[in-house]
Design a protein around this ligand. Structure first.
Ligand SMILES: C[S@@+](CC[C@H](N)C(=O)[O-])C[C@H]1O[C@@H](n2cnc3c(N)ncnc32)[C@H](O)[C@@H]1O
Length: 263
């Protein structure tokens, strides 16, 4: 049985491959899969996609620090990406309660594959919620590539629940300036997205990176299960999620002030 590297009464965090961890989770145990998988994108041709994640996703004017760890799983070609997405989305369906939800971030290149994979994984395809970035760089002679997308689906019919949150049809927000992950998502966007899960329900993010989905789940009083393959990011996610719970967590060589010791 896979063991979490961190757990408390609201969060369980796993280090490893999402497919293996998902396979070990009990059936029907989560309410919503709120995911930001590697896009395997960042270029028009295969050669572009094979570059490292810094070259693909860090713009020269970006505030992302050079020393942020790269991340893995981002070099699949289009067909491999669609097959792999269908595999993990199928396993995610098994772990999700009937009427539960899947959300998956994607970009314009991978939107068709992501939409196909949601359906191949057995989910009912529900639509797309654009995330519009106001500070995108315009280029003459072409439309500004200014949006990423949240594709969504449900595990069977959606129950009609008039007490459930009313959610927007699009988001407008800049990527965070102080990032700890190259593709870190804005906490405010994630805080709204996790409301698709009922309060005290469980949100699963199989590709948590620096843990923004988990931070949002803690701030919005949801439970959280997260998976991450890269050790650096798994450590960042644990620290951010514990901080979001109000725990005092040491950062690097800084000790937590022990007020008891000086009293
Ligand atoms: C797009 S990033 C997520 C960023 C995150 N939303 C944030 O705000 O920090 C995707 C993450 O998935 C991880 N990853 C890639 N393949 C994986 C796999 N097979 N299993 C688990 N994690 C994986 C990468 O290392 C990366 O950190």
């Amino acid at each position: 049985m896979t063991t979490p590297y961190y757990s408390d009464d609201r969060a369980a965090l796993y280090r490893g491959d999402a497919l293996q961890v998902l396979a070990a989770l009990p059936s029907g145990s989560v309410d919503a899969v709120v995911s930001d998988p590697p896009y395997s994108s960042g270029g028009m041709v295969r050669g572009d996609r094979m570059q490292g994640t810094h070259a693909k996703y860090v713009q020269s004017d970006s505030s992302a620090r050079d020393n942020i760890a790269a991340f893995s799983g981002d070099n699949r070609d289009q067909r491999a990406y669609a097959y792999w997405s269908a595999l993990w989305m199928g396993e995610a369906l098994r772990t999700t309660k009937p009427g539960g939800i899947i959300l998956a971030f994607t970009d314009w290149r991978q939107l068709p594959s992501t939409a196909d994979a949601i359906q191949a994984g057995g989910w009912i395809w529900r639509g797309i919620v654009p995330w519009v970035k106001p500070n995108a760089r315009p280029q003459s002679g072409r439309f500004t590539a200014q949006a990423e997308y949240v594709a969504w689906g449900s595990n069977g019919p959606l129950p009609v629940d008039y007490s459930a949150a009313v959610l927007p049809g699009f988001y407008q927000a800049s990527p965070p300036r102080e990032r700890e992950h190259i593709t870190q998502k804005p906490v405010d966007v994630m805080r709204s997205l996790v409301k698709i899960c009922p309060e005290d329900g469980t949100v699963l993010d199989p590709f948590m990176g620096s843990g923004t989905t988990g931070v949002a789940a803690m701030l919005e009083r949801r439970r959280f299960i997260g998976v991450e393959m890269v050790d650096d990011h798994a450590a960042t996610a644990e620290r951010r999620i514990r901080e979001a719970q109000g725990q005092a967590v040491p950062r690097g060589d800084q000790d937590v002030l022990d007020l008891g010791a000086t009293a």
